[in-house]
Design a protein around this ligand. Structure first.
Ligand SMILES: NC(=O)c1ccc[n+]([C@@H]2O[C@H](COP(=O)([O-])OP(=O)(O)OC[C@H]3O[C@@H](n4cnc5c(N)ncnc54)[C@H](OP(=O)(O)O)[C@@H]3O)[C@@H](O)[C@H]2O)c1
Length: 253
C-alpha cells in the first residue's frame, strides 16, 4: 500500500515510516522538510497522488492557544480536501486520550477541533487516541517547576512509549477504517507526582517533587479520569523504568 505519513519526520512519524517500510509498504515521510506543507498546501497534491492511506501525525510548531487551534484546523481542512481529490480511502489521525476532558487547555481544544473536522468529512477514518508519551514527561516536569520544586497533581496518568504508539498506528494504518476512535495507553497507571519522582530519580535530577491536588496540568485541574483511557484500550509493552534506563544509557548517564 502507498501510505503517506504527514509529519513523517517527527518523533512518532519517523518510527511509523520505519515500521511500515519493514512490513513492505510504500511509506512516504511528508513534512515541510521533505517539501510537503499542509498549511501552505505546497507539495500536498503530488504527495497524495495514488495514496491508499494517509496518517496525520503532524504537530503545531507553536502551542499558544490561537496559533495551535489555527494550525490543526487549517492543516486538517487542507489535508482532508486533498485526500478527497486524490480518492484516499482511509484517514488516520493521532489524538490524545481525554482531549474533551481538559477544556481549559488550548492544545487539547485544538485536538478536539481536529477530531470534529475528521468526523464531519466523508473520508473513512480512524482516530487513535494515545496517552502522554514517555518522551513528553520531561516537558511536563519542566512546566510544573516552581523554584526548586516540581508541583504535580496526584491524579492518575498512564503514559506510553512513542515506539508503542507508532506500532499501534502501523497496525491501524493497514486495517480497515474503524470510522471511530480507538485508544492506546502504557502498561501502568500511576499518580502523576509519582511519575515525576521516577523521572527525577531516573535522570539523576535534584528537584523535589511535591504532590498538589490543585496543581494545574497545562492550565487544567486533573482527576483520576482526565488522562486515563476508557475500557479496553490497546496496551503498550514498554515500561517507564525500562525506557528511562535505555534513555539514560543512550545519553551516557
Ligand atoms: N506529546 C504527547 O504526549 C502526545 C500524546 C498523544 C498524542 N500526541 C500527538 O502526536 C502527534 C505527533 O507528535 P510528535 O511528538 O511526533 O510531533 P513532532 O515530533 O513535534 O513532529 C511534528 C511533525 O509535524 C511536522 N509538521 C509541522 N508543520 C507541518 C506542516 N505545516 N505540514 C506538514 N507537517 C508539518 C513536522 O515536520 P518538520 O520536521 O518538517 O518540521 C514534524 O514531522 C501530534 O499530533 C500530537 O498532538 C502527542
Amino acid at each position: 500500500m502507498k501510505i503517506v505519513v504527514i509529519g513523517g519526520t517527527g518523533l512518532i512519524g519517523t518510527k511509523l515510516v520505519g515500521y511500515l517500510r519493514e512490513r513492505g509498504h510504500d511509506a512516504i515521510a511528508a513534512s515541510p522538510n521533505t517539501g510537503v506543507n499542509t498549511i501552505t498546501r505546497e507539495g500536498l497534491a503530488q504527495a497524495l497522488a495514488g495514496a491508499d492511506v494517509v496518517v496525520d501525525v503532524a504537530n503545531a510548531p507553536v502551542w499558544e492557544d490561537q496559533a495551535v487551534l489555527e494550525f490543526f484546523e487549517t492543516s486538517t481542512r487542507n489535508l482532508l480536501a486533498a485526500e478527497a481529490a486524490a480518492d484516499v480511502r482511509h484517514h488516520v489521525a493521532l489524538s490524545i486520550v481525554g482531549s474533551e476532558r481538559l477544556p481549559d487547555n488550548g492544545y487539547f481544544r485544538a485536538k478536539v477541533a481536529q477530531e470534529a473536522l475528521i468526523k464531519a468529512s466523508a473520508i473513512p477514518y480512524t482516530i487513535l487516541r494515545a496517552t502522554q508519551f514517555f518522551e513528553f514527561v520531561g516537558g511536563i516536569a519542566q512546566s510544573a517547576t516552581v523554584g526548586d520544586e516540581i508541583r504535580l497533581s496526584p491524579a492518575l496518568i498512564q503514559p506510553i512509549a512513542a515506539q508503542d504508539v507508532a506500532l499501534a498506528l502501523a497496525d491501524v494504518a493497514v486495517s480497515p477504517p474503524a470510522n471511530g476512535t480507538v485508544e492506546v495507553a502504557g502498561p501502568e497507571a500511576m499518580p502523576l507526582d509519582e511519575l515525576g519522582r521516577r523521572f527525577v530519580r531516573g535522570t539523576k535530577g535534584t528537584l523535589k517533587v511535591v504532590p498538589d491536588v490543585r496543581a494545574r496540568y497545562f492550565g487544567g485541574v486533573l482527576s483520576d479520569r482526565t488522562l486515563t483511557p476508557g475500557a479496553h484500550p490497546r496496551i503498550g509493552a514498554i515500561r517507564f523504568e525500562d525506557w528511562l534506563g535505555q534513555s539514560a544509557r543512550a545519553a551516557g548517564r
